[in-house]
Ligand binder design. Structure first.
Ligand code: PGA
Length: 254
């Protein structure tokens, strides 16, 4: 299973380094057994110091966003080349906090995906419906709408070998709220995601991985991990506490 810690904008570099040290202590052994992949995603300013600490460990570093453009005149953005130089193997794109606060579109997210893939960085593409869409039973429609630009970009791409794409299903109403969709619903959604991704892109040998995000905690990790198709978690708040993060990984294997 894959466990991605999304530290959002919660930590200064000093705090990110302290937390990384604690996490390395707890996780290096687990990660080395290859049963799980642990990825830490600090904010941009903490990427370099955290990457240095992770260098000789089995944990990986990922970014929370990237620019879709080549290095150049794009004030306030961060290039994929920089992420690559720092050693990022993963990059979260399309997080709902970016879609909502920065009005990022699914087309822009698809562009970022292509750029990441061409730099051999695995994109972690977040998709998910808001509370009203969930109530109106529109989840599948919204997920498909968010994935269609991804599919059309993948169909057009000339990139020869695409190793892995991670899709993080994160219901917006579940992020940071403690609310979790029920099991029956999640079983249906993960089945649906697998079906549309593998069927639509059947002529490309892409390894799709589907993970869940939204209020993942040690108290629900075991149940969530047992849902067919759930290959890991994107963890926000709970990943800021090394003990809680460790419990999530531990309970996911019970
Ligand atoms: P949460 O955040 O675990 O705090 O709900 C998840 C996320 O936004 O990726």
């Amino acid at each position: 299973m894959i466990f991605i810690a999304n530290w959002k904008m919660c930590l200064t570099p000093t705090k990110a380094v302290k937390l990384t040290d604690k996490i390395i202590e707890k996780f290096d052994a687990i990660s080395q057994q290859k049963i799980s992949r642990i990825i830490l995603c600090p904010s941009f300013s903490s990427l370099l110091p955290v990457a240095h600490l992770l260098e000789k460990t089995s944990l990986s570093i990922g970014a929370q966003n990237c620019s879709a453009f080549e290095p150049g005149a794009y004030t306030g953005q961060e290039s994929i080349k920089t992420l690559q130089e720092i050693g990022c193997l993963f990059c979260i794109i399309g997080h709902s906090e970016q879609r909502t606060l920065n009005f990022e579109t699914s087309e822009q997210i698809a562009q970022k995906m292509t750029q990441l893939l061409s730099h051999k960085i695995t994109p972690v593409i977040c998709i998910g419906e808001n509370a009203n869409e969930f109530k109106d039973n529109k989840t599948k429609f919204i997920l498909l709408e968010q994935l269609l630009p991804i599919f059309s970009m993948l169909k057009k791409t000339t990139i020869q070998s695409i190793q892995q794409i991670i899709i993080a299903y994160e219901p917006i109403w579940s992020i940071g709220t403690g609310l979790i969709p029920d099991r029956t619903f999640l079983v249906e959604i993960f089945e649906y995601l697998d079906k549309i991704c593998t069927q639509t892109m059947s002529n490309k040998s892409i390894s799709w991985q589907f993970i869940y995000g939204g209020s993942v905690k040690s108290t629900n990790a075991q149940e969530l991990a047992s849902i067919p198709g759930v290959g890991g978690f994107l963890i926000g708040g709970a990943s800021l506490d090394s003990q809680e993060f460790e419990k999530i990984v531990h309970y996911s294997y019970l």
